[in-house]
Write a protein that binds this ligand. Structure first.
Ligand SMILES: *[C@@H]1O[C@H](CO)[C@@H](O)[C@H](O)[C@H]1NC(C)=O
Ligand SMILES: *[C@@H]1O[C@H](CO)[C@@H](O)[C@H](O)[C@H]1NC(C)=O
Ligand SMILES: *[C@@H]1O[C@H](CO)[C@@H](O)[C@H](O)[C@H]1NC(C)=O
Ligand SMILES: *[C@@H]1O[C@H](CO)[C@@H](O)[C@H](O)[C@H]1NC(C)=O
Ligand SMILES: *[C@@H]1O[C@H](CO)[C@@H](O)[C@H](O)[C@H]1NC(C)=O
Length: 466
């Protein structure tokens, strides 16, 4: 009976809150603790001019130290614009779950000068469990001054390579981020770092195509994560999955403009990467630089394995499928280093659409640590320019150099299919099927497995000859 009374009272508080009838300190739970913490009650002006950072921090601290049996909620109300400078929201919080509900707009300082120094992050949640950040509000990083001074686009004295990330989750477990709109971040929009169990759902990200390094979502050192129903247009990768990531599901994503969906870059500074079990499913990419990509530094080590890209739709994409094990290296002219991140067990399945460049598939693998077990299953790409042929390029120990590819194909298939061309150590070879269907040139690869095993380096299965 007692428990029921408490929960009914809690429900009433939530109801009052939902109806907007409740402002602190009216909302109390059964234990007498507040459940709703509006930034307005902590002195925020919400006029877009006044620095509301302190009010945000105080509302957070009050919420975070609430012992409420109902979920304490920090509220950023609708219809107002809050100017917030760099602020760290620290946990752990006393309640098992805490919510941040953002209904209004949050804006960053407009110029670098107003930021009062370069900071790596704008709003960061640290060391929190059971946090849910949600709402219909907008997070505007007002990044244009940072872009105008980026070393990429404006090299020279005073340029900056480091610009703030709009929202960061570090050391967070079982946290949700949903439905917010992020625009014009100085750099990465959302960074998830050293976390376990993160769910991102229904967010929208918008930054101009030419804004430097404004990745949509970047994750690093994360286990167990879902990103779904995101609509991302940005100046860099829509989603990038970095070192030490595992069990990551990316699903139902719209991407463009931007650099596509990337795993990497991995292995920078010789890092021994551990990237495993990544599933990217149902992504629509339009006018992007890349479709689905894995990029690793030559100096890297470790592995990247168990990767699936499936149901990928592309329109006018420069590099629809790309694995690049020569992404970058510091050492001058460091060609063919003996190191590399081992990329294995990667499947590209049901990838369809148009390529804006002639190279639709690029497997730029390392000869020292070659890619292995790469499968292309139902890949159908046509050129965005009618009449243009597409190529697949492969570098590395994908194939036996000495063996005639035609002989291999004959051996496996019993016939020579129409071919796509593969550039291998500068020599043009042909694999797979380049079909002319109704006069259209397209690359149709039906389960081609390229393995690192030099004895059986090329395997073609299930290829239909029609
Ligand atoms: C994170 O929270 C734990 C308790 O859950 C605490 O012991 C630790 O000091 C906190 N770390 C930081 C960096 O705040
Ligand atoms: C950055 O440069 C653009 C183009 O010159 C300009 O429109 C914009 O106002 C600049 N941003 C800031 C904050 O000065
Ligand atoms: C694929 O993702 C899009 C965009 O989120 C969504 O509208 C569509 O329903 C998804 N398709 C399937 C088959 O789930
Ligand atoms: C390959 O990766 C998939 C996940 O994409 C995994 O289910 C499968 O077990 C892996 N296969 C091998 C041989 O490791
Ligand atoms: C492979 O990467 C190397 C190093 O970045 C580059 O020089 C070469 O052009 C690339 N090859 C292809 C086919 O993209």
């Amino acid at each position: 009976m007692g428990a029921r009374a408490i929960s009914e009272q809690g429900l009433l508080a939530v109801l009052l809150f939902v109806l907007g009838l409740c402002s602190m300190p009216v909302c109390l739970d059964a234990a007498g603790d507040s459940t709703s913490f509006s930034v307005l009650d902590y002195g925020a002006a919400g006029d877009g001019q006044t620095d509301d950072s302190k009010a945000f921090l105080e509302a957070w601290n009050a919420m975070c130290s609430s012992r409420s049996t109902d979920i304490p909620i920090m509220v950023v109300p609708e219809g107002k614009t809050f100017l917030v400078k760099p602020v760290n929201f620290y946990g752990p919080c006393l309640a098992k779950n805490v919510n941040v509900q953002i209904m209004g707009s949050i804006i960053a300082p407009n110029t670098i000068k107003e930021w009062e120094g370069v900071d790596a992050r704008w709003m960061a949640f640290n060391n929190v469990s059971g946090l849910s950040v949600s709402g219909s509000g907008t997070i505007d990083g007002r990044g244009s001054d940072w872009w105008n001074n980026s070393c990429r686009d404006h090299p020279g004295k005073g340029c900056t390579t480091l610009a703030p990330t709009s929202m960061e989750f570090q050391n967070c477990n079982e946290c949700h981020l949903s439905n917010l709109r992020f625009v014009n971040s100085p750099q990465v929009h959302i960074l998830v770092y050293q976390c376990n169990g993160i769910y991102i759902d229904g967010i929208v990200i918008r930054s101009p195509e030419n804004s430097p390094n404004t990745d949509g979502i970047h994750i690093q050192a994360v286990d167990n994560m879902f990103i779904q129903r995101a609509d991302i247009g940005a100046g860099d990768d829509c989603i990038s999955i970095g070192d030490f990531t595992s069990n990551i599901n990316v699903k139902d994503i719209i991407c463009g403009p931007g650099h596509g969906i990337s795993i990497g870059s991995l292995g920078m500074g010789g890092t021994s990467s551990k990237v495993e079990n990544i599933n990217v499913n149902n992504v629509t990419l339009t006018n992007t630089m890349n479709g689905v990509r894995i990029k690793t530094w030559e100096e890297g080590q470790g592995y990247c394995r168990g990767i699936t890209f499936e149901h990928i739709r592309l329109t006018n994409v420069q590099n629809p499928i790309i694995i690049d094990q020569h992404y970058f290296c510091w050492v001058a002219g460091c060609k063919d280093l003996p190191t590399g991140t081992h990329i294995s067990n990667v499947t590209f399945s049901d990838v369809m659409g148009t390529s804006s460049t002639p190279v639709a598939i690029n497997m730029n693998c390392s000869s020292a640590v070659p890619c292995s077990e790469i499968s292309l299953d139902s890949v159908q790409l046509v050129s965005a320019t009618s009449g243009q042929k597409l190529l697949g390029l492969g570098l590395g120990k994908l194939l036996r150099e000495s063996e005639s590819l035609r002989e291999q194909l004959l051996q496996f298939l019993g016939y020579i299919p129409s071919l796509i061309e593969i550039q291998f150590f500068g020599v043009l070879l042909h694999i797979g099927a380049l079909g002319d269907v109704d006069g259209a040139d397209f690359v149709s690869l039906t389960i081609i497995t390229i393995t690192g095993n030099p004895k059986r380096s090329l395997l073609i299965q299930n290829s239909k000859h029609e």
